[in-house]
Design a protein around this ligand. Structure first.
Ligand SMILES: [Fe+2]
Ligand SMILES: [Fe+2]
Length: 413
C-alpha cells in the first residue's frame, strides 16, 4: 500500500482566512497529499492581540469543515511551554510512523529555516511544500539559500499557485467596519462578531458562554452551518427591520439539538411532553427543532419567547409565523455555505425583497423535494403552507409559481 502523504499547516490562525485554505488546496495538489492537518499554536505567553486559543481553534474547525482533506489537530494547542516545529514533527512521526510528512510554508519562511530550533534535524523529518508570497519575489538570495539547504539534505517542492492577497492583520484591521471582508469566510467573521473578539463588542453577549457546549455538541460542518445561518439571519433582520440580536441568537442555537441521536431527542420530547405527533417524533430532521427550542430554554438559559419560537419553527414553519420566525427559517436555507441548486438563487433574491415571498419559495422547495422522494408532506409544513397562501391572497405579494406549486401540494397532500 502506498504511504500516506500528510501535509502540515502550522500557524497562529489569528484569524484563519481563505489565503490559508488556498495554500492548503494548492499543497494538496502539488504534493498529492491525502490530507492536511491544521495545527493552531497554543497561547503564547505575554503576547497581546492574539485571540484565546479555544476561539482560534473553533474558527479553524469552522473554516476547514467544508474541505474533505483538511483536518484540525490540537497537537500544538494543547502543548504547554514553547512549541518548536522540531517537537511537532517528531511527535507526528511517532503518531504516523508509516506516513510521509510535508510541511507547508511560505517562501519567506524558507529564508528563516536556519534560525529554527534544531533546524538541521528538522530538514530530515519532512519535505517542505513552499508556497509563493505576494510580498516576496524569490531572487538570487532565495535560490542560493534553497540550494544550500538542499545540499544539507532538505527537500523542497515549489507550489504553483497565485498568492491570495489577504493577511490576518489586514482582516483584524477591517473587522470594525462591519462589512463583509474579501477572502474571509463569513462563518469566521460571524464567530468574531458574535463573541466580540479583537476588541469588537459582542453582538450576542451570551455567545461566549454558549460556544463550548454548542461546539462540543455539533459536528464541524454543522457548527460552520450554524455560523452561516447566524450571518444570514442578521443580514435579513437588518434588511427587514427585525430584531438582529434575536435573529442571531435564535440562528446560533437553531440546530443545537441536531446532532443528538434520535433516541435522545425522543427521550427529551417524551419527558418534556413536547409533541404527540408521531411523524415528528420519528424524524430527527423534524424533531430537532422543538427539542432544540427546549434545549435553548433549559440548557442554554434562553427565556425570550420569540427566540424560542424561531428555533421551534425553523423546519416546518407554523401558521401565523412572525417575521423573526421567517428570518431564521429562510436564513437556514440560504446561508453562504449552502451548496448551490436552482431554487437557491431565487430564494436569495426574493429574501432581499420580501420575507413572505422567500418563505413561500422555501416551502415550495420542500414540497418539490418531498414529492420527488415520494414521501408525504408533513402536516406542520402543510398547515404553514395553507396559512401562508391564504395570508398572501389576503394581502397580496408572492411569486406565482410558488403559489401554484403550493396549491398543488396542498391538494395532493
Ligand atoms: Fe435544523
Ligand atoms: Fe440548520
Amino acid at each position: 500500500m502506498a504511504k500516506e502523504r500528510i501535509g502540515i499547516m502550522g500557524g497562529t490562525f489569528n484569524p484563519i482566512h481563505l489565503g490559508h485554505i488556498a495554500m492548503a488546496q494548492a499543497a494538496i495538489k502539488a504534493g498529492s497529499l491525502d490530507r492536511v492537518l491544521f495545527l493552531p499554536d497554543g497561547q503564547p505567553p505575554h503576547k497581546s492581540g492574539i485571540a484565546p486559543a479555544e476561539h482560534r481553534w473553533r474558527m479553524v474547525c469552522a473554516a476547514i469543515a467544508p474541505y474533505k482533506r483538511m483536518e484540525p489537530s490540537r497537537m500544538e494547542l494543547d502543548r504547554t511551554g514553547t512549541t518548536y516545529t522540531f517537537d511537532t514533527l517528531t511527535a507526528l512521526r511517532e503518531l504516523y510512523p508509516k506516513a510521509s510528512l510535508f510541511y507547508i510554508i511560505g517562501a519567506d519562511t524558507l529564508m528563516q529555516l536556519h534560525t529554527w530550533h534544531r533546524w538541521q534535524e528538522v530538514l530530515t523529518l519532512c519535505t517542505f511544500l513552499v508556497c509563493p508570497r505576494d510580498d516576496l519575489t524569490p531572487g538570487e538570495e532565495f535560490r542560493q539559500e534553497r540550494r544550500r539547504l538542499q545540499e544539507m539534505g532538505a527537500r523542497f517542492v515549489m507550489v504553483d499557485m497565485k498568492p491570495v492577497d489577504v493577511s490576518s492583520t489586514a482582516i483584524r484591521e477591517a473587522l470594525p467596519s462591519d462589512e463583509p471582508i474579501g477572502h474571509f469566510d463569513p462563518a469566521v467573521q460571524e464567530y468574531i462578531g458574535l463573541t466580540g473578539l479583537y476588541g469588537l463588542s459582542p453582538r450576542v453577549p451570551e455567545a461566549d458562554d454558549w460556544m463550548p457546549r454548542l461546539f462540543a455538541d455539533l459536528t464541524g460542518r454543522r457548527f460552520a452551518h450554524t455560523l452561516g445561518v447566524a450571518w444570514s439571519a442578521r443580514h435579513l433582520a437588518l434588511v427587514h427591520g427585525e430584531d438582529a440580536y434575536k435573529a442571531e441568537a435564535a440562528a446560533l442555537l437553531h440546530d443545537c439539538a441536531k446532532c443528538l441521536p434520535l433516541k435522545d431527542m425522543q427521550r427529551i420530547a417524551a419527558d418534556a411532553k413536547i409533541t404527540q405527533d408521531r411523524s415528528v417524533l420519528e424524524s430527527g430532521a423534524l424533531l430537532h427543532a422543538p427539542v432544540g427550542a427546549w434545549m435553548a430554554e433549559h440548557v442554554y438559559g434562553v427565556t425570550d419567547p420569540e427566540i424560542l419560537s424561531a428555533i421551534a419553527a425553523h423546519t416546518t414553519g407554523k401558521p401565523g409565523m412572525s417575521g423573526l420566525d421567517m428570518v431564521v427559517n429562510i436564513a437556514d436555507t440560504i446561508e453562504p455555505g449552502r451548496e448551490s441548486y436552482p431554487l437557491l438563487s431565487r430564494i436569495r433574491e426574493a429574501s432581499e425583497r420580501s420575507l413572505r415571498e422567500a418563505m413561500l419559495l422555501c416551502l415550495s422547495g420542500t414540497v418539490e423535494h418531498v414529492e420527488k422522494s415520494g414521501r408525504f408532506l408533513n402536516t406542520g409544513t402543510l398547515q404553514t403552507l395553507t396559512w401562508l397562501c391564504g395570508h398572501i391572497a389576503e394581502t397580496g405579494g408572492g411569486s406565482e409559481t410558488a403559489v401554484t406549486n403550493i396549491h398543488h401540494a396542498a391538494k395532493g397532500g
